[in-house]
Design a protein around this ligand. Structure first.
Ligand SMILES: C[S@@+](CC[C@H](N)C(=O)[O-])C[C@H]1O[C@@H](n2cnc3c(N)ncnc32)[C@H](O)[C@@H]1O
Length: 195
């Protein structure tokens, strides 16, 4: 498996236990400090089947058709070229391989100011995609069996403090927020046929 933007490497270490000694878990990150922390965490965990790679998720340093699962938490949103990230994830997956990432996505129409304030609050996000856009990008990259499953839907009330601090009347904009921002699990599969 491969974790895009593995940070301190916790998800990679958990996955390494899951894939067992015959499997391999890769973490990819572009930041030296994060790679150093991840290597330190690997050493503490005493796991051998783990490798942290330095590089960008837009240009994954692994061969075509080389991994069974691509995971990622809170990273793809940060990329300025999400199409390229999804194409790269598709390229490195084996046919039949699974893409299973968590990210923040939006649903329906949201004004640019509200989008900016709420996404700042939700964290991790400046560039969150709308669910339909995410699906279209996955299709364009070649993926099938696409599912976007909300894991937490944010309410205006949850963001009252940050929105009020920005001078926004929370009660007035609540209808523009309700049900439109969510953390979601995005799943897709690289078709076995390669199409
Ligand atoms: C919000 S953290 C998430 C870390 C980890 N996935 C987690 O859940 O704790 C984002 C991580 O992605 C890395 N990152 C951001 N953009 C990247 C890119 N284009 N290529 C590689 N790594 C990237 C950062 O260095 C950072 O470690």
């Amino acid at each position: 498996m491969l974790d895009l933007g593995s940070g301190g490497g916790i998800d990679v270490l958990l996955s390494a236990r899951r894939v067992g000694p015959t499997g391999k878990a890769y973490g990819l990150d572009m930041t030296d400090e994060m790679l150093a922390l991840a290597d330190e965490n690997k050493r503490k965990a005493g796991l051998e089947n783990v490798e942290f790679l330095k590089g960008e998720i837009e240009n994954i340093p692994l061969p075509d058709n080389s991994v069974d699962v691509v995971i990622s938490n809170c990273v793809i949103n940060l990329s300025a070229d999400k199409d390229q990230v999804l194409r790269e994830a598709f390229r490195v997956l084996k046919p039949g391989g699974r893409f299973a990432v968590s990210d923040v996505v939006t649903r329906g129409e949201v004004s640019p100011e509200i989008r900016k304030s709420v996404l700042l609050w939700v964290g991790c996000v400046a560039g969150a995609l709308e669910d339909v856009e995410y699906t279209n990008k996955l299709i364009a990259a070649g993926f099938g069996e696409i599912e976007i499953e909300p894991t937490r839907v944010y309410q205006a009330e949850d963001a009252r403090e940050i929105l009020s601090a920005e001078g926004i009347d929370v009660d007035a904009i609540a209808p523009q927020v309700e049900g439109k921002f969510m953390s979601a699990f995005v799943r897709a599969t690289k078709p076995k046929t390669g199409f």
